[in-house]
Design a protein around this ligand. Structure first.
Ligand SMILES: Nc1ncnc2c1ncn2[C@@H]1O[C@H](COP(=O)(O)OP(=O)(O)OP(=O)(O)O)[C@@H](O)[C@H]1O
Ligand SMILES: [Mg+2]
Length: 329
């Protein structure tokens, strides 16, 4: 069951989730009106600090818990739905597998749950075990696997039904830099094979480098959605100016340096950063009058990291970025 072209593969509107802890009667507002759409064929990164509501959103999408309010659709079907589940691959945040199984047995079991016949199960399992690089560990029980191997077994398990949409909750967590790169490459491969990938992470660089679009979620609310390039570079932070001067430590250099900050002096060069609202033409004329030649003038835009950190700080006065907690019924 595939969604018609142009229709969102994931469509979440005004999603809210309030957890109630049974004994203390605390209310945790994990999601407070989350809206976003994931388009067919894109890699969509769901980025947010710990406790922001990523896993909660994913568990609602997977039909594991119900939302307090709002709607969630996968491939055009309201969740939970059997039609959507059949075209979906899922890697949970902390996968728990029967650890006496081998990876081949794990994949066979996953294939059975999707009703695949024995030949298809065998073929897909062989392909996937090779794809995630677990060939040499085929005969080992999962309980002997390292964290990285376990994560790769989980990724293979999520792909057994050749899904149109894959949802990975923190697929890079606990992996070393090589493992993270392998997961990024796998995500790109899946996209190139025509699949839609939705994955969460609290690590900006993991999301930034592969995602076509990103949603930043903080304290149960979406702070921004867009391509990493759109989201970054929205604000001009300043202009970097590099000048050539006979004496970058002389009086003329000092006069120029006084007009900016982050001053760096090299052998024959003076670099400084001026604020975004400074008249750069006027500054350059001022510098030329003092014998400087212009080498580089470059705008400095904010990065996705700036946005991420700024949003996290703005939403909670600079402390925790987790959910809103209130006492009482
Ligand atoms: N079953 C639950 N009962 C009560 N509160 C919960 C429950 N599950 C999650 N929470 C709370 O809801 C908020 C959102 O949690 P969630 O697991 O969705 O965050 P996350 O973005 O996935 O964080 P992480 O990066 O740590 O995985 C947190 O404050 C968390 O403590
Ligand atoms: Mg989580």
């Amino acid at each position: 069951m595939t969604a018609p072209p142009g229709e969102a593969v994931i469509d979440v509107a005004d999603l809210a989730k309030t957890y109630r802890t049974p004994f203390t009667r605390r209310r945790v507002e994990a999601l407070r009106g989350v809206t976003f759409q994931v388009r067919r064929g894109e890699i969509f990164g769901f980025l947010g600090p710990n406790g922001a509501g990523k896993t909660t959103t994913i568990r609602i999408l997977m039909g594991l818990i119900s939302a307090t309010a709002g709607t969630a659709k996968i491939l055009g079907n309201p969740v939970p739905s059997r039609q959507a589940r059949a075209r979906l691959g899922f890697l949970p945040e902390q996968p728990y597998f029967y650890d006496y199984l081998t990876v081949g047995e794990l994949l066979d079991l996953a294939g059975r749950l999707f009703g695949l016949d024995a030949a298809t199960r065998k073929r897909r399992a062989d392909e996937l075990i090779a794809k995630v690089g677990l060939d040499r560990a085929r005969t080992q029980a999962l309980k002997k696997f390292s964290k990285g191997m376990m994560q790769r077994a989980g990724l293979a398990q999520a792909l057994i039904n050749d899904p149109d949409l894959v949802v990975f909750d923190e697929p890079m967590s606990g992996l070393d830099p090589i493992g993270r790169k392998e997961v990024r490459d796998l995500i790109l491969e899946l996209r190139d094979a025509g699949k839609t990938v939705f994955f969460s992470s609290h690590i900006l660089s993991d999301v930034e480098s592969v995602s076509d679009r990103v949603a930043i979620v903080i304290r149960g609310q979406i702070q921004a959605v867009g391509s990493p390039r759109e989201l970054a570079g929205q604000t001009l932070l300043g202009v970097d100016v590099t000048l050539r001067l006979d004496d970058p430590h002389g009086a003329a250099a000092d006069e120029i340096a006084a007009r900016g900050d982050r001053v760096r002096r090299g052998d024959r060069e003076l670099s400084l950063t001026v604020a975004a609202d400074v008249d750069v033409d006027e500054l350059l004329a001022f510098a030329r009058e003092r014998g400087a030649r212009v080498v580089v003038v470059a705008p400095r835009h904010d990065t996705l990291e700036d946005l991420f950190v700024k949003s996290a700080l703005a939403s909670d006065g600079g402390t925790a970025a987790g959910a809103a907690v209130t006492e009482g019924p």
